[in-house]
Design a protein around this ligand. Structure first.
Ligand SMILES: *Cc1c(COP(=O)(O)O)cnc(C)c1O
Length: 430
């Protein structure tokens, strides 16, 4: 018998956390429940579930028995107190911002982020007056300097898409705590196998599960995880979490759900009101993918290390942004936060500028030229004209996505074959 007090190891939780044999059938794998509604025992039960007086499934926009185990598993892997599965990584960020912020509010964000996050933040600033103040995350003290009375939150990525650089989460968390601001971390590139931001003081973690969590590159999904540590109680800056909900009998989430009030607010407002739920089919696929996360991440990191070192010594390559390389300015931080390696997404600059980068992409055979990362397959793209096209050229250069730059996501293939493909694409003359 297992010792109930001893926490299970990560690899065990990746396979088992949040799931159990189906009580109705004995099915061991989590069944795919493709149903919108769930029959109530009677009118009292229906009313109680709707009013949150009783837990239970009612309608799959808010919760479903295939997505619920996925939520429990992601919460377990991150070390959070609750999670909400959601339609995409974009939807995760949108719901976090909408749940925390109101018109006129500001938040701090690392200036180099995934292009889709920057696009969403810019649009919300214009249309909804919810404003990001961008800060160079290389120096954590920059965040402290940028805080004003209007600041309500701080957002960073643990490993930055696309540069692969690792951010000093703990130093930024200390500043966030000192100023009573929730720290939100996009942990997509690291996954909880490499970095668990809650261990360094983060308050909310979110994911694009379309990437390494699912790992197969077959379905879009996302997740929001509540660290359960932030003191929202009575804090009028965050009324969704700290003040009564009149349409739920004046329920106050910090009182009714003290362990994970942010996750509950994200479900009630984000899923029930706004509506971007995750399809149970996608949840089923992501849950299956997560079971091999530890094995895959080890191999992704090992492969990326070999490929980055190969590129760093290639005459057609001007530079490689991969903090696992000797002499890389981000190496010490990368080793501290992610000793197994800084993931498998990184960039390199072609010596022949944009024409060289275009020629390289056109000649790839094994690498797929497409807009995703974190798949079993190796992938490449030109960020300046695609994922980061909305950035002004000066910002692109600063973010390391100038016209000469290619982003790679190294998959699980044999590195001999990957290097042979890179070799011929770099040697191509037309
Ligand atoms: C892809 C990605 C997102 C957005 O996720 P989708 O599932 O594509 O909506 C957010 N953050 C990072 C770091 C990403 O790589």
């Amino acid at each position: 018998m297992s010792d109930q007090n001893k926490p299970l190891a990560f690899a065990t939780r990746a396979v088992q956390a949040g799931t159990a044999p189906d009580p109705a059938t004995g099915a061991r794998a989590t069944p795919l429940f493709l149903t919108n509604g769930f029959v109530f025992d009677g009118p009292d039960m229906a009313a109680d579930i709707f009013a949150m007086r009783q837990t239970g499934f009612s309608y799959s926009r808010g919760s479903n028995p295939t997505t619920a185990p996925l939520e429990r598993r992601i919460a377990s892997l991150e070390g959070g107190t609750g999670a909400v599965a959601i339609g995409s990584g974009q939807a995760a960020l949108l719901v976090i911002l909408m749940t925390l912020l109101e018109s006129g509010d500001e938040y701090l964000a690392a200036s180099i982020l995934f292009g889709g996050s920057l696009g969403l933040m810019g649009r919300l600033a214009k249309r909804n007056d919810v404003k990001p103040i961008f800060v160079d995350a290389d120096r954590p003290e920059n965040f402290e300097r940028a805080i004003t009375p209007k600041t309500k939150a701080i957002i960073i990525e643990s490993i930055v898409n696309p540069s692969g650089e690792v951010v000093d989460i703990e130093s930024i968390a200390k500043i966030a705590q000192k100023h009573k601001l929730p720290l939100i971390v996009d942990n997509t590139l690291a996954t909880p196998f490499l970095i668990r931001p809650f261990e360094y003081g983060a308050d909310i973690v979110f994911h694009s599960a379309s990437k390494f969590l699912g790992g197969h590159g077959q379905v879009i999904g996302g997740a929001i995880v509540d660290g359960g540590r932030f003191d929202w109680k009575g804090d009028s800056r965050f009324p969704m979490i700290s003040e009564p909900w009149p349409d739920y009998g004046n329920m106050v989430l910090t009182e009714k759900f003290p362990a994970s009030p942010f996750a509950v607010a994200s479900r009630l407002y984000g899923l029930r009101d706004l509506g971007p739920g995750l399809s149970p089919f996608n949840a089923f696929m992501i849950l299956t993918g997560i079971e091999t996360l530890p094995l895959r991440m080890k191999r992704h990191c090992a492969n990326a290390h070999v490929v980055a070192n190969y590129l760093a010594s290639h005459p057609a390559v001007a530079s490689v942004s991969y903090p696992g390389l000797e002499g890389h300015p981000n190496r010490a931080l990368a080793l501290r936060y992610s000793p197994l390696g800084p993931g498998s997404v990184f960039t390199f600059a072609h010596k022949d500028g944009e024409p060289g980068a275009r020629r390289f992409l056109k000649n790839l055979k094994l690498f797929s030229h497409l807009a995703n990362i974190g798949e079993t397959r190796s992938l490449a793209i030109h960020p300046a004209t695609t994922t980061h096209k909305s950035m002004r050229p000066e910002l692109q250069a600063k973010a390391g996505v100038g016209p000469e730059v290619i982003r790679l996501s190294i998959g699980l293939e044999d590195t001999k074959d990957l290097i042979a493909d890179l070799e011929q694409a770099l040697a191509a003359t037309a």
